[in-house]
Design a binder for this molecule. Structure first.
Ligand code: ATP
Ligand code: MG
Length: 268
């Protein structure tokens, strides 16, 4: 049955912390590996302005995830500095949430309980239960609040992971190939959803993707990294309004440019 339900207008974003200003200055990073050290990042300078969406593209193994881990505060950079709103990032913080390729939901917890995790961990769930409902509404999963992860499709599970991030009202969403495991149609739909969520919630976003079109569809700026150790090889400003149209000739032009910087002759 087709219903013509008129949804109430979305409430205005309330008490949003606003997007973080991230400043990465002269960051180089080495790992200790058997037989020596491996340099992974080489003098990376990058800013994410409040509310900006920045995408990182680069060859496999060049150091993208490492850079995200440093920004998330999961480990300290060997040299250089990373700040959030002027303060050094020294540890993980709920104002910066990471979403990985694998949604890693707890199978024994319902969708609602998975989304509630962050609030529960901080001991504020009792007062803030409505935030869980709101996050589920934002990702369109209200009707699945009581479902368990094994009943969800890959796209739905990743939406739960996004809701679990959004419930914390992050200032920065750190996205490490969050749509990488989805089929191409779901992926395209989720890209549009991600733009909607970002525009409504106002967080800053730092996304790693291997998909040039995805980077150009989502981001204000696309940063192309070199082979390991990663340096910034190019910066493409995507000066197009949202929502973007995938057939936009400007996007095709930027795609060629990005592929060229990735060392691929874009003749296709
Ligand atoms: N904890 C670690 N100890 C030692 N080496 C590591 C560690 N983490 C990552 N590396 C190495 O650092 C390099 C960069 O890894 P990273 O995961 O940042 O790459 P990436 O650009 O995200 O790659 P991909 O596109 O395949 O996800 C790789 O050679 C990897 O083996
Ligand atoms: Mg990676």
């Amino acid at each position: 049955m087709v219903t013509n339900t008129v949804l109430p207008p979305a409430p205005p974003p309330t008490a949003k912390a606003g997007g973080a200003h991230i400043d990465i200055r002269g960051v180089s990073h080495w790992f200790e590996v058997s037989g020596g050290v491996l340099q992974v990042l080489d003098g990376v300078d990058l800013q994410v302005r409040p509310g900006e969406f920045v995408a990182l593209l680069g060859p496999s193994g060049c150091g993208k995830s490492t850079l995200l881990r440093l920004v998330a505060g999961l480990e300290p950079a060997t040299t250089g500095a990373i700040t959030q709103n002027g303060e050094a990032i020294t540890r993980p913080d709920p104002s910066r949430i990471v979403v990985f390729q694998d949604p890693t939901l707890y199978p024994w917890r319902s969708v609602w309980d998975n989304v509630a995790l962050g609030l529960q961990a901080r001991g504020v769930l009792k007062e803030q239960r409505a935030r869980v409902d709101e996050a589920l509404r934002l990702v369109g999963l209200t009707e699945f609040a009581k479902a368990f992860p094994h009943h969800l499709s890959g796209g739905m599970a990743q939406r739960v992971a996004l809701a679990r991030a959004l419930v914390n009202d992050p200032q920065l969403l750190v996205l490490d190939e969050p749509l990488g495991k989805l089929d191409s149609l779901t992926r395209i739909a989720m890209q549009s959803e991600l733009v909607n969520l970002w525009q409504r919630a106002g967080f800053s976003a730092l996304l790693v993707t291997h998909d040039v079109e995805e980077a150009l569809f989502l981001a204000n700026r696309v940063i192309v990294l070199s082979d390991r150790p990663a340096r910034i090889a190019a910066e493409l400003v995507v000066d197009l309004p949202y929502p973007r149209h995938r057939g936009d000739p400007k996007l095709a032009e930027l795609r060629h440019e990005a592929l060229k910087h990735l060392g691929l002759d874009a003749t296709w």
